[in-house]
Design a protein around this ligand. Structure first.
Ligand SMILES: [Zn+2]
Length: 72
């Protein structure tokens, strides 16, 4: 999930929110405007990726089906 930065139109406070793309903006005093920051995926906590589960390798097909793929 990407981190978005929102800026309050009234108090100019910038809030970082971890949310989906189509999630609604957080609420402050006024309208929160999403900042288009390119570094929105900066990881502040180190080892974030390291703690994420690795992708499991697909199981090797153990069922022995006879290869009947004789398509010409
Ligand atoms: Zn505000």
């Amino acid at each position: 999930m990407p981190i978005y930065e929102y800026k309050c139109g009234k108090c100019k406070r910038i809030v970082e929110v971890l949310q989906k793309t189509d999630d609604p903006a957080p609420k402050c005093h006024g309208v929160m405007k999403r900042l288009m920051s390119k570094n929105s995926f900066v990881l502040k906590g180190s080892g974030w990726f390291a703690s994420s589960p690795k992708k499991k390798k697909p199981k090797p097909s153990t069922d022995k089906k006879p290869s009947t793929g004789k398509k010409v």
